[in-house]
Design a binder for this molecule. Structure first.
Ligand SMILES: C[S@@+](CC[C@H](N)C(=O)[O-])C[C@H]1O[C@@H](n2cnc3c(N)ncnc32)[C@H](O)[C@@H]1O
Length: 276
């Protein structure tokens, strides 16, 4: 039905059918990432509903109620909201204004006591300065892998170290791409559909490994039709890098952090680090 993405053709972040769709003039917006404009809603509808990893993160964190948590790259609050519901005080930091808008919308629908334990602010996880110190600094949904360069991750680790309480925990997950899992993520292509109160949408999603690198690129082309029949179209890209615990151990130690546990789930490794 679709052209399979060609392995040698990631250009400006787009490959295969996505590169062709991007070139068409029918697009209402062209977003550079999958976390902006119409694609923020797409992420929130499709991924935002998934919570299986939140329980794992909570178990691994193993902290008392009312812990102060910093949720980096918090998106639309998928992880932070259940943590606030569990009694923690959660500050979310996020670079996409569109994701923050959704997070605020959802926060305003929460019971007042839960909403009062939750804040969202704009910022870059590789360079931020907040006045608070945290019992847990968290990065969910393997978002650390969006930091493609070691210098960006070093910026993150230095910031995390400064913001952790002396016995605080830095908790994050990475996609488990060891062994043959790596090849399996290449040439993925699918159609996702979703219906909500506001309308229905479909998205063509695909992923390829960028040839000769440890990077993999995810593309989305989404059409959303509201119940009045108006169609919005958007296309976006996101590239992640394959990280493994050994290189992270070294990078973390440069920043004065050390890995204290690694927990394997179906597709990810959840890492807890603390001050050396
Ligand atoms: C995969 S989503 C995860 C969202 C949320 N943590 C979750 O678990 O659903 C990645 C998020 O990271 C954000 N992001 C990417 N680079 C960032 C940066 N340098 N600083 C802060 N947020 C960033 C994106 O805008 C996006 O919302």
């Amino acid at each position: 039905m679709f052209d399979a993405p060609h392995p040698g053709s990631v250009v400006d972040g787009y490959f295969g059918i996505f590169a062709k769709l991007r070139a068409l003039s029918l697009l209402d917006s062209r977003t550079p990432t999958i976390y902006e404009a119409g694609l923020a809603e797409f992420y929130d509808h499709v991924i935002g509903a998934q919570v299986a990893d939140v329980g794992v993160l909570q178990r691994v964190m193993n902290v008392p109620p009312s812990t102060r948590i910093l949720d980096l790259a918090c998106g639309s609050g998928r992880v932070g909201m259940p943590l606030a519901e569990a009694g923690h005080h959660v500050d979310g930091l996020e670079i996409s204004h569109d994701m923050l808008r959704l997070a605020e919308q959802k926060r305003s629908a929460l019971p007042a006591d839960v909403a009062a334990r939750l804040t969202f602010r704009h910022g870059d996880m590789t360079r931020f300065e907040l006045s608070e110190r945290y019992g847990v600094v968290l990065i969910g949904a393997t978002s650390i892998s969006l930091l493609l360069e070691a210098e960006q991750r070093q910026g993150l680790f230095q910031c995390v170290k400064r913001h952790l309480e002396p016995d605080g925990k830095f908790v994050f997950d990475i996609v488990d791409l060891r062994g043959e899992r790596w090849e399996r993520i290449h040439n993925y292509l699918d159609v996702w559909t979703h219906e909500s109160d506001t309308g229905e949408e479909f998205a063509i999603v695909g992923q390829v490994i960028v040839p000769g690198t440890r990077r993999f690129t995810f593309n989305v082309y989404r059409e959303f039709v509201d119940w009045s029949g108006t169609t919005q179209r958007a296309i976006g890209t996101s590239t992640k890098v394959r990280l493994d615990p050994d290189e992270l151990r070294q990078e973390l130690s440069q920043a004065g952090l050390t890995i204290v546990s690694e927990t394997e789930t179906d597709h990810a490794i959840v890492i807890v680090a603390s001050h050396v």
